[in-house]
Design a binder for this molecule. Structure first.
Ligand code: SAH
Ligand code: SF4
Length: 385
């Protein structure tokens, strides 16, 4: 008999499940806390639940962790896990500790159907959507592992970014209950400002997210015009830049932050020229979107045929944006010493994401528009928003 994976439920879903078992809804809150706040998966441990309920749960439900294929810890504290999701597929989650926060980068799909030219996940193709339980399991495991590992009683993960493998807004049905669980005070209690969905621009789903579960939004822009963006992000042919920016403006009416973060992967000779920066300024001004820019140095992989922009060009690009009054950050790489390990892993499993490389880029250079010059700050996409 198949039993329900309780990680698939947000609190509302768990309450409905408890009702189906003939239990009062408030039991769901107790159960939810045991699972998410205390990391319990064994119902017999849940001593304040009636024995009869524990017995019912033992035959109808389970809490399903994802098997860890590999774990890599960087000297700077960045930890990357590779989880087995079956059929030879693996997904990554990356923990990035900072002085005042702990950020977990979470995957939403095995592979990705969008097929961006500069993204190794995109080159790998699409395998399948993760379930709500598989998305939540990454946080559930990481949070409780880290509490034991760091010997901390209180919450370790303060920020979650949906920036691992996959396009979260192409897995909307599974994503929303996962976000609700992350936000729930009876579970992880993240604030909406510290939970970021990153999208390549699935316009209709951006609108739905704004209505259903507004959290911080990052949009992967990567180009200032449709010709270039369609070449880099094929989804742009369906939802061109004008529609995307209009959706950003609509989203801002619901968003917990008063700006959208635009991610921009810097590709040598492709999108990194001063005229691209000026075109971007013109674009966001003409559309009137309140935004910040996060410039990401490209993490190269052979099949892409693309090259990372040299750092002086990235800084020059950032300065042009900053001088136009747009807050701009440049991610710097962290967790370098596990990048090699990531490459090794890529040989063993289908994973080609290099999410660790692109997400473990945390010490950022922040350009303040007021100053128009570079200052150094310890920051992260989640903090920037
Ligand atoms: N699919 C979503 C979220 C996952 S990708 C999205 O595209 O927004 C998270 C971020 O990593 C995106 O901004 C993406 O453009 C960036 N990225 C992907 N491949 C990269 C690479 N090779 N180097 C640097 N950044 C990359
Ligand atoms: Fe998919 Fe995002 Fe990679 Fe594009 S950048 S292929 S949307 S994961």
């Amino acid at each position: 008999m198949t039993t329900a994976n309780l990680l698939d439920f947000d609190l509302e879903g768990l309450a409905a499940f408890c009702e189906r078992l003939g239990e009062k809804r408030f039991r769901a809150t107790q159960l939810f806390r045991w699972i998410h706040q205390r990391g319990a998966s064994d119902f017999s441990q849940m001593t304040d639940l009636a024995k009869s309920l524990r017995e019912k749960l033992a035959t109808t439900a389970h809490v399903e962790a994802l098997p860890v294929v590999a774990q890599h810890e960087s000297a700077d504290g960045t930890i990357k896990w590779l989880f087995d999701v079956g059929d030879g597929n693996a997904v990554e989650a990356v923990f990035i500790p900072e002085d005042d926060r702990g950020t977990l980068c979470v995957s939403s799909q095995a592979g990705c159907a969008v097929g961006c030219r500069f993204c190794s996940t995109g080159h790998q193709g699409f395998s399948r959507n993760l379930t709500t339980g598989e998305i939540v399991a990454q946080l559930w495991f990481a949070e409780h592992f880290l509490r034991r590992h760091l010997q901390r009683d209180e919450r370790v993960i303060s920020n979650v970014v949906m920036m691992g493998m996959g396009e979260p807004l192409q897995n909307y049905t599974a994503l929303v209950p996962a976000l609700r669980t992350m936000l729930d005070d009876n579970a992880y209690g993240l604030s909406r400002r510290r939970l970021t969905v990153s999208t390549s621009g699935v316009v209709p789903m951006m609108d739905r997210l704004g209505e259903d579960c507004p959290v911080a939004l990052a949009v992967s822009l990567h180009a200032p015009n449709d010709a270039l963006r369609s070449d880099l992000v094929p989804l742009n042919r369906k939802y061109p830049i004008a529609e995307l920016l209009a959706a950003c403006k609509r989203y801002l009416a619901h968003a917990p932050r008063d700006f959208i973060t635009f991610e921009y992967c810097m590709l040598d000779g492709v999108n990194d020229q001063p005229e691209h920066a000026r075109e971007l300024i013109e674009l966001v001004r003409s559309q009137g979107v309140s935004c910040k820019f996060n410039l990401i140095p490209f993490n190269p992989f052979p099949a892409s045929g693309l090259v990372r922009s040299p750092q002086p060009r990235v800084l020059a690009f950032a300065r042009i944006l900053a001088e136009a009054g747009i807050v701009t950050t440049v991610r710097k790489t962290r967790g370098d010493d596990i990048d090699a390990a990531c490459g090794q892993l890529a040989g063993d499993v289908k994973d080609r994401t290099h999410a660790a490389e692109r997400m473990a880029q945390r010490r950022t250079v922040v350009l303040h528009p007021a100053l128009g010059k570079v200052s150094r700050a310890s920051s992260s996409p989640a903090k920037e928003q």
